[in-house]
Design a protein around this ligand. Structure first.
Ligand SMILES: [Zn+2]
Ligand SMILES: [Zn+2]
Length: 654
């Protein structure tokens, strides 16, 4: 028999008889590997672990616990689900079933949407099919024959896909996979048998148009998740439960923070309590502006379309812009999607010398961007928002110190909000760019040097910069270990050209400044959404819409409670008085549900002592203290913004 040479990932070369399978290779290496190998890469291409190899090749086994392995497991789980569905609903037609992050889905054409009960029934059947441990067998057949096979089974979507393969890809054959009597058109690879698939759950359903086109039929999409071990499945389900609990759209309703109305799609209405959070964030950022020498401006929201031609937004961004023209004026305006051009106009409107630089202009201006209905979501993707936006006009030599200062501001801010883990990424020159390569190289070096000199580690996104300059992005991990990009620092060599911005250098010559776009929290709307999920709505004291709620036990204490309410309010503490005729137990429960950091309980004893009994959210009773002590404690903790979790230390109270 012919021998072939197999190169393994460690570079070692081994001889095997031609026709050896990746599984045979795994067995020759070790039992454990053979047990875990779900598929393989042969010359870079994913194949089934049982696919014979006839020529010299590079072979890498894919184990079930790798990212690739999990993806193959999930894809196979979608097949298993389709098999179960076809057994339970013989008239169902199956469309496509790819793996997705942490799971999979399958689009199925059925008359009635699946109910929660249906999902459990399908799951049970899947477990039974997994126990039967069908071999998953690959076959390659001429398209013609497959059209017959799937046509006979009334799988119209598969027939359409086959015709696509023939016409658009020019292939005259395709692969199918059998497991028991079930067959699916698929490129593979798959788990060697259905017995590999044990730890899965069907999660939910949604309508989905065939091929994402609303002119096509609406199919039923079933989403599920699948993992190599029960432990991972449990962990993931727990994560989903946590994420559901923390969903900012749910919290926004429960805590009465914001709502959405069909009259303004994807545009939040902030209620009084949500507005408190919003304004506190603005005030916090504003406090940094004093400290770091920024000047805040207010610029128009509606500007002549000519400006957007000049800035390049019209050519590159018009799909996301709103346009308007008044009835009486022959002039078209655009609603600003970003502040940059208005700041460029401000800079251009005055003469500047090198002594004025760096000039830092900040703007909380309201922005509007048209986002398709399919991508908007709660506060995290909206059509109207404000950023903590600023533009810095500086000389090339000032880029480095500016970047150092910005990184400091940004990281301090994230720390304040309890984002402990921050990743920094530099995105470099993309293929399509303006400006000469030397300038780009120097600028990229400056960014890297600025970070390195401060001891920050960073990743490089090669070629991922904006076409007008390199940038640094800041990505935080939230409490559920999800990544969110918040801040950004972008160098821009283009806008100063387009707006012909100049300053007088020390030599007396007119020079071009560099423009730096930067945001710390980014969109404030989005930041609130992220912060609500990160904190599960347990906002730090300084951000809490209600900081202290006063709970008289009976009507008899109402007057005293009102006095305390006035005293705390006068000290700038956001206080509410709950004088409903409910039991104190019910009032406490209510305040806990509203996640109010402090509750001041007042009964006959407190009136007599001129004190309150303090309760802290989730921590319970914190003892009796005088009103002035309570006031001072709250004021101090609010002013210093010192805690993320409004937990007062024991010794501060007693
Ligand atoms: Zn498939
Ligand atoms: Zn900008």
């Amino acid at each position: 028999m012919d021998e072939i040479q197999v190169t393994l990932p460690d570079g070692s070369i081994h001889s095997y008889p031609a026709g050896v399978t990746p599984l045979d290779i795994a067995r020759s290496i070790g039992k454990r590997l053979a047990k875990d190998a779900v598929a393989a890469r042969v010359n870079g291409q994913q194949v089934d672990v049982t696919r014979p190899i006839f020529e010299d090749a590079e072979v890498a086994l894919i184990t079930i616990d790798s990212d690739e392995g999990r993806e193959i497991l999930r894809h196979s789980t979608s097949h298993l689900m389709a098999q179960a569905v076809k057994e339970l609903y013989p008239d169902a037609k199956i469309a496509i079933g790819p793996p997705i992050e942490n799971g999979f889905y399958y689009d199925i054409d059925v008359d009635e949407p699946f109910s929660e009960d249906d999902l459990r029934t399908i799951e049970d059947r899947m477990h039974k099919l997994a126990e039967e441990d069908f071999q998953v067998k690959r076959e390659v057949k001429p398209i013609e024959e497959l059209v017959g096979l799937f046509g006979e089974r009334s799988e119209d979507y598969k027939v359409e896909l086959l015709e696509d393969i023939r016409e658009n890809q020019g292939d005259d054959s395709a692969s199918i996979y059998w497991q028991g009597a079930f067959v699916d058109l698929c490129r593979g690879p798959h788990t060697p048998s259905t017995g590999w698939i044990r730890h899965f759950r069907l999660l939910n359903t949604a309508g989905a148009y065939w091929r994402g086109d609303e002119h096509n039929k609406m199919l039923q999409r079933i989403y599920g998740t699948s993992w190599p071990t029960e432990k991972e499945l449990e962990e993931y389900l727990h994560f989903l439960e946590e994420a559901r609990e923390r969903d900012h759209r749910k919290l926004g309703k429960e805590l009465d923070l914001f709502s959405f109305h069909p009259e303004a799609p994807a545009s939040p209405f902030f209620h009084p309590k949500g507005t408190v959070i919003y304004n506190e964030l603005v005030e916090y950022i504003r406090s940094l502006y004093g400290q770091y020498d920024y000047q805040e401006v207010i610029t128009p929201q509606i500007l002549d379309v000519e400006l957007w031609h000049r800035s390049g937004h019209y050519d590159n961004y018009q799909e996301n812009m709103y346009f308007t023209s008044p009835k009486d004026e022959q002039r078209t305006y655009a609603v600003k999607p970003m502040n940059c051009p208005t700041h460029a106009l401000l800079f251009a409107g005055q003469k500047h010398s090198y002594r004025d630089l760096p000039l830092r202009i900040a703007d909380f201006g309201r922005l509007h961007r048209y986002e398709r209905a399919g991508v908007t979501s709660g506060l995290t993707r909206v059509r109207t928002f404000a950023q903590d936006d600023a533009h810095i006009f500086c000389t090339f030599d000032q880029i480095e110190p500016e970047v150092i200062q910005l990184v400091e501001i940004i990281l301090n801010a994230y720390q304040l909000f309890g984002f402990e883990e921050v990743e920094i990424e530099i995105s470099t020159r993309p293929e399509k760019h303006i400006g000469d390569v030397d300038t780009w190289d120097t600028a990229e070096e400056l960014l890297k040097k600025a970070l390195e000199n401060q001891g920050y580690t960073y990743a490089i996104n090669e070629g991922d910069g904006a076409f007008y300059g390199p940038k640094i992005d800041f990505i935080v991990k939230d409490a559920l270990r999800r990544d969110w990009q918040l801040g950004t620092v972008q160098l821009d060599f283009m806008m100063p050209e387009r707006f012909d911005l100049t300053y007088t250098a020390s030599s007396g010559k007119e020079e071009r400044p560099v423009m730096v776009h930067r945001a710390i929290l980014g969109s404030l709307e989005r930041f609130i959404g992220i912060l609500l999920e990160h904190t599960a709505g347990e906002l730090p004291l300084w951000l809490a819409p209600v900081q202290c709620r006063i709970l008289p036990i009976t009507d008899t204490q109402r007057n005293y409670a009102q006095l305390i309410h006035q005293e705390l309010t006068a000290a700038g503490i956001r206080t509410e008085l709950d004088d409903r005729s409910e039991t104190v137990g019910a009032k406490i429960r209510d305040a806990e549900l509203q996640k109010i950091p402090y509750m001041a309980i007042i009964g006959p004893r407190e009136v007599e002592h001129e004190t309150v009994s303090l309760r802290e959210h989730t921590l319970g009773d914190r003892g009796e203290l005088t009103v002035s002590k309570l006031r001072d404690l709250l004021v101090e903790h609010i002013d210093t913004k010192q805690q993320m979790n409004h937990k007062m230390k024991e010794d501060q109270i007693v």
